[in-house]
Design a protein around this ligand. Structure first.
Ligand code: PLP
Length: 361
C-alpha cells in the first residue's frame, strides 16, 4: 500500500504515539488524572498538557496564546463565531478557495464577501476588498491544489480596512513558518503527524474572544470541557518533531516533487507550480475516468481532484474557482506526500497510475 493522500491526513509519528501511550494508562498507572483536578495526579496531567501547549506554541509566531480545540474546524468556528467584529454584524471576507470549515461557518452567520483567486490559485494582492470588513479569512496553503497565498499582502489589506486577519494554517503548520501578521491561526494535529481529534487556535495577545463552549471554564474560559492529556501530548510531540525536522522534511518533499513532476510531465498541473507547497500535485488529463483509475490502482491511496475535500460529495469549489470546467475538474487527481513517503514508493505509485491511465486510451 502506498499512501499519497497527505492533505487528507498524515500517519501518526512513532514519537507522537509514544508520547500518547504514556497518558493512556489503566487503574494502576497513575496517569489517568483529570488535568483540571488539583491533586497530584491531576497536576501531573496538567503539566503534560502545558508542556504540549509550549511545544505546539513553537509552531506559531511569538506573542500569542494557544487554545486547544477538538479539530481545526472547531478552531475556525471559535475564531469566526466568537470575535467582536463578526458579532457586531460586520462583513467577513474570505478567499474563494477556503476550506468548507471557513466558508460554511461564515455563510451561516451572514454578511460575507467572497474574494476571487486567479487561474493560478492565488489571490491577487490588489483584489477588491469591501469597505466594511471586520474579519478577513485567508488560508496559507490550499488543501486541494497546494497553492500558497500572499499572507503579508492580505495582512496589509486587512490593516487598511481595520479588519482582523484569520489564517487557516492547517496545511502549512510544521512545514513552513506561520505568519507573524495574523491575528488568529487555526491548525490541526493530524495534518502534521499528530493524532486526530485535536486542533488549536492561536490568538494574538490582547485580542479577546467570547466563549465558544460554556461549562467548566477550561482553555481561558473559551472552550470548556476536559482536555485529553494523551491527545495533547501526541500533538505536542508531533509539533516538536515538525519544528526540529522542518528543513529535512522539506528537502525530502522537494525530491519527491521532482520525481512526481517528471513522471506526470504530460499532464496539466492545476494551480501554480511556483507558489505551491511541493508536497501536493493536483493534475488532470483530458478524458480521464478518475473513478475507474482509482478502482484500478487500489494499491495507491490518492484522491479524486474533483471531490470536495470535506467528503460532502460536492464538486470541488477550488477547481471551479480557478476556472476549470466540470469535465476538467472531473479528470483531475490529487497526490500528496511527506515525511514517510519513500522514493521507491513514489516511483512505483507514479508508474501504476500512469499505466492505468494509459490503458484507458
Ligand atoms: N482547513 C484545511 C485547509 C484543511 O485541509 C482541513 C482538513 O482537511 C481543515 C481546515 C479542517 O481540519 P480538521 O480535520 O482538523 O477539522
Amino acid at each position: 500500500m502506498i499512501y499519497l493522500d497527505y492533505q487528507a491526513t498524515t500517519p501518526l509519528a512513532p514519537e507522537a504515539r509514544e508520547a500518547m501511550l504514556a497518558w493512556l494508562g489503566g487503574p494502576e498507572s497513575g496517569t489517568f488524572g483529570n488535568p483540571h483536578s488539583p491533586h497530584r495526579m491531576g497536576r501531573a496531567a496538567a503539566a503534560a498538557v502545558e508542556l504540549a501547549r509550549e511545544q505546539v506554541a513553537a509552531l506559531f509566531p511569538p506573542g500569542g496564546q494557544v487554545i486547544f480545540t477538538g479539530s481545526a474546524t472547531e478552531a475556525l468556528n471559535l475564531a469566526i463565531r466568537c470575535n467582536t467584529p463578526v458579532r457586531a454584524g460586520e462583513h467577513t471576507a474570505f478567499s474563494a478557495i477556503e476550506h468548507a470549515a471557513v466558508i460554511d461557518t461564515v455563510k451561516a452567520i451572514g454578511n460575507w464577501t467572497e474574494l476571487p483567486v486567479g487561474p493560478n490559485g492565488v489571490i491577487a494582492p490588489d483584489v477588491e476588498m469591501p469597505k466594511y470588513v471586520g474579519l478577513l479569512c485567508v488560508m496559507q496553503v490550499n488543501n486541494e491544489i497546494g497553492t500558497i497565498q500572499p499572507i503579508a499582502d492580505m495582512a496589509r489589506r486587512a490593516k487598511e480596512t481595520g479588519a482582523l486577519l484569520l489564517v487557516d494554517g492547517v496545511q502549512a503548520a510544521g512545514k513552513m513558518a506561520l505568519p507573524q501578521q495574523a491575528d488568529m491561526i487555526a491548525v490541526s494535529a493530524h495534518k502534521l503527524h499528530g493524532p486526530k481529534g485535536i486542533g488549536a487556535l492561536w490568538v494574538r495577545d490582547g485580542l479577546s474572544l467570547t466563549p465558544h463552549i460554556e461549562g467548566g471554564g477550561q482553555e481561558q474560559g473559551l472552550r470548556s470541557g476536559t482536555l485529553s492529556p494523551a491527545l495533547c501530548a501526541g500533538f505536542g510531540a508531533a509539533a516538536k518533531l515538525a519544528v526540529e525536522r522542518r528543513d529535512e522534511d522539506a528537502g525530502h518533499v522537494e525530491q519527491l516533487w521532482h520525481i512526481a513532476r517528471d513522471a506526470f510531465s504530460g499532464w496539466t498541473l492545476n494551480g501554480s507550480a511556483e507558489h505551491r507547497w511541493h508536497g501536493n500535485l493536483n493534475i488532470r488529463k483530458d478524458g480521464l475516468d478518475v473513478a475507474r483509475l482509482m478502482s484500478e490502482c487500489r494499491e495507491v491511496m490518492f484522491s479524486a481532484g474533483s471531490a470536495c475535500a470535506s467528503g460532502s460529495g460536492r464538486t470541488s469549489h477550488v477547481l471551479r474557482a480557478i476556472g476549470l470546467s466540470d469535465a476538467q475538474a472531473k479528470s483531475s487527481i490529487r497526490l500528496g506526500w511527506g515525511r514517510y513517503t519513500t522514493r521507491e514508493g513514489m516511483q512505483r505509485a507514479c508508474k501504476l497510475i500512469i499505466q492505468a491511465a494509459e490503458s484507458q486510451a
